[in-house]
Design a protein around this ligand. Structure first.
Ligand SMILES: [Zn+2]
Length: 244
């Protein structure tokens, strides 16, 4: 799960902190800061994407339009999450992309499988598990995959398939790069990643390519690269050695 930084509450042209009368008004600002990606499953949602309330708005009407309570979510993640997160304690019992090192607590594997990483800290492990359960992050076809027969039959939850496609694209791209590395090919790979989404998949497949990882962090708006494992000094500075 991509750690993100949505920044301070946006301001108007006149420099006033924006106040939203309706949370939907925050959507363009959220997309501008974070890109049109689900904050949880990371699918790219080029068509209407929900401004998602971290704490559900029904029981938290005062938080409904609060910048700090908003992320972006696809329909699947938003509806699976439903009203599960209501109180501050519910928030504290989970990991969140806007505050935690969410890339470290999940492991992305071939064919789009997501699972818990090896986490020694049991409390952190429980919080990561709770987040995955909240949005159905680990769902996949198969006997214990968590998808219902109807969801598969009607293709109403294709997050797994989309992630698997991203994995295959990333692997193909890495194989092509190994044959003939060039700045142009790197640029194309980055554009493909941006269009497909699933930052975590690309970051995993290019785990041994620091320049590509650094460039991926920059390509996906709002990536909190300070909460991604440290890159070597020559890559983490924002200047000279920047790749493509
Ligand atoms: Zn999602």
């Amino acid at each position: 799960m991509r750690p993100v930084d949505r920044g301070e509450r946006p301001t108007t042209a006149g420099g006033q902190r924006k106040v939203y009368d309706d949370y939907r008004q925050a959507r363009p600002d959220l997309i501008g800061r974070l890109g049109a990606y689900c904050s949880f499953c990371e699918v790219r949602v080029p068509v209407p994407i929900d401004a998602e309330h971290i704490r559900h708005q029904d029981n938290n009407p005062t938080l409904s339009c609060e910048w700090d309570n908003l992320l972006l979510a696809c329909k699947n993640c938003n509806s699976t999450k439903g009203t599960k997160v209501d109180t501050a304690a519910d928030v504290a019992a989970r990991v969140w992309p806007q505050t935690d090192r969410t890339f470290d607590v999940f492991r992305y594997r071939p064919e789009g499988i997501v699972e818990l990483a090896d986490i020694q800290d049991l409390a952190l492990r429980a919080r990561a598990r709770a987040t995955a359960d909240t949005v159905g992050l680990f769902r996949r076809p198969g006997p214990d995959g968590g998808l219902t027969a109807q969801q598969i039959e009607r293709a109403t939850d294709r997050r797994y398939q989309e992630r698997a496609e991203a994995w295959r694209m990333a692997e193909d791209a890495r194989a092509d790069l190994a044959k003939a590395d060039s700045p142009e090919l790197r640029r194309w790979i980055l554009v493909s990643a941006r269009e497909k989404g699933f930052w975590s998949v690309w970051m995993t497949v290019f785990a041994d390519d620091d320049a590509m990882r650094d460039a991926l962090n920059k390509m996906f708006p709002g990536t909190a690269s300070d909460r991604v494992e440290p890159l070597p000094p020559h890559c983490s500075s924002s200047g000279a050695s920047d790749s493509p």
